[in-house]
Design a protein around this ligand. Structure first.
Ligand SMILES: [Zn+2]
Length: 288
């Protein structure tokens, strides 16, 4: 895709919109799919790679990769960036597909609005293409699948599962049978679209990605892990729950917590976990 298609050089209102546009473009131009690199993305940017070059929630790094040493005077951010570039280069050397696109938030000087646009590479393109031999065939999934199903349901609210398959793959559509998801996925999403419901990630899925309380900062929390997990359960079941409400549940469930954590500490912990759950939900939404 060196001759960059216009849709990707535009501006997007949200990261999710940019994600969708990129997914569509790569599906139709290259017959391939994309995957959101959750660990390399932040609140102000989003990194997309080839699904064949992602393990878990981030890029695959070859086993023998040695991170470069940190240079004198280099701050953490600069070092992380250089380390990531080295890892990407090593992955490429190891034969992994180099596909990559980065979308970034920016503030429009004129209107003050926040928007998103893809980084432009030195050659003017916004995407490092999939390699020739890459076999990451595209399957219509996630938000891309949903956007197509929404259009079909809008046109015909009673459309059946087989009807959708026929409508989506009939000429002049460029969607082919092998790009379709499994029937169970298709019917599940179709049902969600018909009921106008969000496709919510399962709690188990969220828990897999939750690093738990302060564990990720590398210091051990005195706050009992069991209680943190209980609060996590509360927050995934009801993300709008106020820390005060969580406190009363915790007090009921763990009557002997007195002396281990006071009300203030429990509320603070509930507030923290609530934020973590919100982030996980956002990540999950961005990925779908
Ligand atoms: Zn690829």
């Amino acid at each position: 895709m060196s001759q960059d298609a216009p849709p990707l050089s535009g501006e997007f209102a949200t990261k999710a919109e940019a994600h969708l546009a990129l997914g569509k473009e790569i599906l139709f131009q290259m017959g391939k799919s994309i995957k959101y690199d959750r660990a390399c993305s932040g609140g102000n940017d989003g990194v997309f790679r080839c699904p064949s070059a992602i393990t878990g929630k981030t890029m695959t790094v070859p086993d023998d990769f040695q991170p470069p040493p940190r240079e004198e005077g280099e701050n953490q951010l600069e070092y992380n960036k250089r380390k990531r570039q080295a890892a990407e280069e090593a992955a490429k050397q190891a034969g992994l597909c180099p596909f990559k696109a980065v979308v970034r938030r920016f503030k429009c000087r004129r209107t003050g609005e926040t928007k998103w646009r893809f980084d432009t590479l030195a050659n003017g393109a916004t995407v490092i293409p999939h390699s020739e031999q890459c076999e990451a065939g595209a399957v219509l999934t996630g938000s891309l699948l949903r956007s197509f199903l929404e259009a079909e349901v809008r046109a015909n609210p009673d459309i059946s599962g087989p009807g959708v398959i026929k409508a989506l793959t009939a000429p002049p559509s460029t969607i082919r049978q092998h790009m379709m998801p499994s029937k169970s996925t298709l019917y599940r999403v179709l049902q969600a679209v018909k009921n106008d419901k969000a496709i919510v990630p399962s709690a188990a899925n969220l828990a897999d990605n939750w690093q738990g309380g302060d564990r990720k900062r590398g210091r051990r929390s005195k706050f009992p892990q069991e209680v943190q997990e209980f609060i996590f359960g509360l927050m995934t079941a009801k993300p709008s729950m106020k820390p005060m409400e969580a406190l009363s549940h915790v007090r009921r469930r763990f009557p002997r917590l007195q002396g281990v954590a006071d009300d203030q500490q429990i509320k603070a912990k509930a507030g923290l976990i609530k934020k973590q759950v919100k982030k996980l939900l956002q990540d999950a939404a961005a990925e779908m």
